[in-house]
Structure formats: C-alpha cells, structure tokens
Design a protein around this ligand. Structure first.
Ligand SMILES: Cc1cc2nc3c(=O)[nH]c(=O)nc-3n(C[C@H](O)[C@H](O)[C@H](O)COP(=O)(O)OP(=O)(O)OC[C@H]3O[C@@H](n4cnc5c(N)ncnc54)[C@H](O)[C@@H]3O)c2cc1C
Length: 506
C-alpha cells in the first residue's frame, strides 16, 4: 500500500495548480492521480481566457494570481513559454445600467490594485478597430487580461511540482474512497493509497468523486461551445503589418466573447437556455472528448456577434468545440475543506477553471498548510450550500447561472431560480405585511418591508425603492421598537457541565 500526505484526484489545471503550490509551500509528499492524462478533462479544450474583471475581491485575486503565474512566474521557472498572450480585454455595452456596473467593478479594482479603464466609443475604436460602434455607450478595458494555452500552463506547473518531489500517476482512475480511523483509503487502478489528506479536483467528475467521499457536491456540468474561424483577412492583414494582437472583446448584452487566434478569430456564445449534461453521473467512457457541434442553439448570438464584428463573416468555421463546464448554484468555485469530513478538501466546481485555476491552487494550498485561507473565503467556501441544495435546486441554479453569465450583477441581486425552499413559520404573515423577500442559504427572509403590497426591489446601482423604507426601519429600531424574525439565523445548542458559566461569560 502506498502512503502519502496528500492525494489529489484529477489532473486538470486546478489539481495540478494545487500540487504545484503545495510543493512551493514545502509539502512535497503529494501524489496526483489522473484517470487519463493531464488536462484530459475540460482543461485541454478551454479557450484560455484570463481576466481581472470580477465583482468580488477574492474571485478577482484568484484570477490575478493566475495571470501572474502563467505570464511571469512559470516561464521564469521552466524557461518555457506557457502561451500567454497579453492581449488585454474589453467589454462593450449599449446599456446604461451596464455602464454603472462597469463603474462599480472599476471602483472595486482601484481598491484591489488592478485598475481598469472606462472606455468611450472613440477609445473602443482605437483599441479594437474591427468593432462597429453603433449604439455603444462605452465599455471597460482590462489591460492586463489575456489568454493562455491551458495545456502548456498545466504541464509547466506539473514539471515544477515533480522537480520538487511530487508524483503523478497517469491512466489511474480512483474507483473507491473509504475512511479509517487514521487515513483516507483510496482505491485506484494502481492499488490502494493511504492518504492523510484527499482533494477532490475532478472537475466535471467532481460530483462522482464527491459521492465516493460521502458528499453531495453542488456542481452540475453544462455544455458550452466556441467556434474557431479560418483565416480572417482583416486579422491576417494586421498580423502581416506587425500590429499588436486584438484585445479580447465581450458584448455582455449580446452574450458573446471574441478573441484573436493566430490569423483568425474565436467566438464564444453564452445562450440563455443552458443545456445541462450528465447531472447524475458522467458516462464512464467519457474522457478527453467533445460533443458534436450544435450551432443552431447559438445561431442568434453568432449573428449578433457578426453584426458587431463584421470581419467574423469573412472567415469560415474551422472547428467547433463543445464541451462540459461545471456550474455551482452561484457560479463560484468550491475551494476549501469538505466540512464534516476530516482532512478532505474541495477544489472544483469552477466554470472558469483556467482563469481561476492558478489562483485556486494557491488559495487551497495556503489553507491546507496554514490552517486558514489567505483571504476572505466566503465566496468559495462550500458551506454556502447545504443539504437543502438538492438536485432540482442545483440544476435550476446552474441553468440560471449560465444564462446570467453576462447578466448585469446588481448590488443585492436576488435571483429567481430555486426559491421558496426553506420557509419560516412566519413567512406568509410577513408577506401579508409587505415583506420583500430575498434568499439566504436557501431560506426566504425579508430584505425589507414595503408599505404597499406586491412591490419588488429595484435593480439598480443607484438609489433604490427600498432606501426610504429601510431608513424608516432603522429609525424605528434605533429609537423605538422593532421586531425581527430570526428563525433563519444560526442556533447553538450548548450542553455540558460548565454551560452556565460559559454562557455567563459570553
Ligand atoms: C468550450 C469551453 C471553453 C472554455 N473556455 C474557458 C476559458 O476561456 N477560460 C476559463 O477560465 N475556462 C474556460 N472553460 C472552463 C475550463 O475548461 C474548466 O473550468 C477547467 O478546465 C476546469 O479544470 P479542472 O481542473 O477543475 O477540471 P478538469 O480539467 O476537467 O480536470 C479534472 C480531471 O479529473 C480527472 N478525473 C475524473 N475522474 C477521475 C477519477 N475517478 N480518477 C482519477 N481522475 C479522475 C479527469 O480525467 C480530469 O482530467 C471552458 C470550458 C469549455 C467547455
């Protein structure tokens, strides 16, 4: 029997990034097992986009760490390029609310130290001469964004990790997981491994490996496609003239991204009606495979992209990539302890695993080796979902997240899917009294009370219709009496001989 300190299951960009960062942190007794070969899940076929655009500082930091790793650190360490193209990126819009969202993210990014630039239509034309400007209000520019070759980056991390003592078993599927008093006993095709720590980094197979670990991983595979064009004359001319690579461009209103690929373009559409795939288990034979192209589903988005970037119409379709992406109910990854299972960790559920993978491995390695995460973990900790996040909920939220991939993410955003799961006994009474409900951890709870019935909260970055009513509530709570239903809050059952003294001390 093989004994190791850490066993990582899954050799995609996420698992290999963890292996690399654990070795860097001084934990070299690490074994990674991969059922096929490295990157043979979703990693090999990703479009490789890396961004700094995010609504949350932790998610943004994961993405920024990835860029630094792929662009600077790995090439320095290996002497080889990871195929990182520092093309920059922009998002364009004709929607005034979206402009507010861009200002919001630009403000956050000033604070986190990754400044983004607000764009006028003239500046869009300057940065991306192939884009038509009709109807555009402006955009946002992400100067340090780019795209990477996910396979090169993964293999570079593997190389450094192996140099530092980590091991990789390829063509070695995990077939069963058990826990004895001291270890995890993991059955693999190359024998049983006794591991102090195990990590589920199985990407699309995260749910299956979770099942073996006795966990219900809230992640659902959803199919995503992009198409690669043949030579596009306008791009070829730019290449011949030695002009810089075109920035990645996204139109969130029309739900697509476009980036340069050699002398052609890649177009990635995100349809509103997502197609979930293999929710109850990936077919055993599925490996480094793709689905057949299904462009009918996204034709309307392709047409819209061609309107905005007419050069797209001039290149035939060279290939279509259609593969699974995992979505959690809030589209953020699961990074951290698998709570309730000793020394078991999660590193999966990312729908942006290339741009987040470098940082996700850093984040989890820090958590494992220091006993605490390097920064606020609320957005990635698996405790944001519980047993209440059942199959229907997971599927409904994955579909919603995919469709809202390019939605405007307003402050205090309340999404409609998967609602009404957990209700306080006072729920109906509060609705009668004007409660405007939000969802937290599956619970319905009042965000505020409206004086008039059937009111919904404004979605805006500006002053919303709840401002006045909440001011009234605050005034009442601070000067008179307010009553709140705390049914949904945590309750602690404290027992034991010194319980009275303990509670008195609190
Ligand atoms: C068309 C498309 C385009 C994309 N474009 C981008 C993009 O531009 N930018 C971006 O950031 N993301 C993109 N993604 C998403 C990205 O590909 C994934 O988020 C990322 O690859 C996930 O990496 P991972 O390591 O978590 O999973 P994977 O790469 O799927 O790795 C999991 C590994 O676990 C292994 N495994 C599974 N079961 C077992 C077992 N029982 N035993 C041993 N090993 C096992 C698998 O073989 C696999 O290699 C795209 C996805 C698609 C489908």
């Amino acid at each position: 029997m093989t004994k190791v300190q850490v066993l990582i299951i899954g050799g995609g960009v996420m698992g290999v990034s963890l292996m690399y960062h654990l070795v860097k942190a001084g934990w070299s007794d690490v074994l990674l097992v991969e059922k096929n070969d490295l990157t043979h899940g979703s990693t090999w076929h990703a479009a490789g986009l890396c961004t700094h655009f995010a609504h949350n500082p932790t998610i943004q930091e994961l993405r920024a760490v990835s860029v630094r790793l792929y662009r600077d650190i790995l090439p320095q360490e290996t002497g080889e390029d990871c195929g990182f193209h520092p093309a920059g990126a922009m998002r364009i819009t004709r929607n005034p609310d979206r402009m507010d969202e861009f200002r919001h993210v630009a403000g956050l990014s000033d604070f986190t130290g990754y400044p983004l630039e607000m764009l006028t239509p003239d500046r869009i034309a300057e940065l991306h001469p192939l884009a038509r400007l009709d109807g555009l209000l402006g955009g946002i520019y992400e100067p340090d964004d780019g795209h990477v070759d996910p396979s090169l980056a993964t293999h570079a991390m593997a190389k450094i990790a192996r140099r530092g003592g980590a091991r990789i078993w390829r063509n070695c599927a995990v077939t069963g997981i058990e826990r004895d008093s001291a270890h995890w006993r993991v059955e693999t095709q190359k024998g049983v491994v006794a591991a102090t720590h195990i990590v589920n980094a199985a990407g699309t197979w995260g749910w299956e490996i979770g099942h073996m670990m006795g966990l219900n991983i809230p992640s659902v595979p959803v199919l995503h496609q992009y198409l690669v064009t043949d030579t596009v004359d306008a791009v070829q001319d730019r290449v011949a003239a030695g002009l810089p690579e075109l920035p990645i461009i996204r139109d969130p209103e029309e739900s697509w991204y476009v980036r340069q690929e050699r002398d052609g373009l890649i177009l990635g559409p995100y349809e509103k009606e997502a197609q979930v795939w293999s929710v109850d288990g990936v077919p055993p034979a599925f490996g480094a495979d793709l689905m057949p192209p299904d462009l009918d589903r996204v034709e309307h988005i392709i047409m819209a992209a061609m309107e905005r970037i007419p050069a797209l119409q001039t290149g035939g379709v060279k290939s279509v990539i259609n593969g699974p992406i995992t979505f959690t109910p809030d589209a953020n990854p699961l990074i951290g302890p698998a709570h309730g299972a000793k020394n078991a960790w999660l590193l999966n559920g990312s729908s942006m695993g290339v741009m987040e993978g470098g940082g996700a491995g850093w984040f989890l390695a820090h958590w494992m080796t220091h006993g605490a995460p390097p920064m606020d973990a609320l957005s990635v900790d698996s405790r944001r979902f519980g047993a209440w996040a059942d199959r229907d909920y997971r599927v409904a939220k994955a579909v919603e997240c995919f469709g809202l991939q390019f939605g405007v993410h307003y402050p205090h955003e309340e999404r409609p899917a998967g609602r009404g799961l957990r209700l306080s006994p006072l729920h109906d009474l509060m609705i009668q009294r004007g409660a405007v409900m939000g969802a937290a951890h599956g619970w319905e709870r009042p965000n505020w009370f409206s004086a008039t019935p059937d009111v919904v909260a404004d979605e805006t970055f500006r002053r919303a219709n709840w401002f006045g009513p909440v001011a009234t509530e605050v005034e009442a709570a601070s000067t008179r009496v307010a009553m709140a239903d705390l049914s949904v809050f945590s309750k602690f059952d404290v027992t034991g001989p010194d319980v009275a003294a303990f509670l008195e001390a609190l």
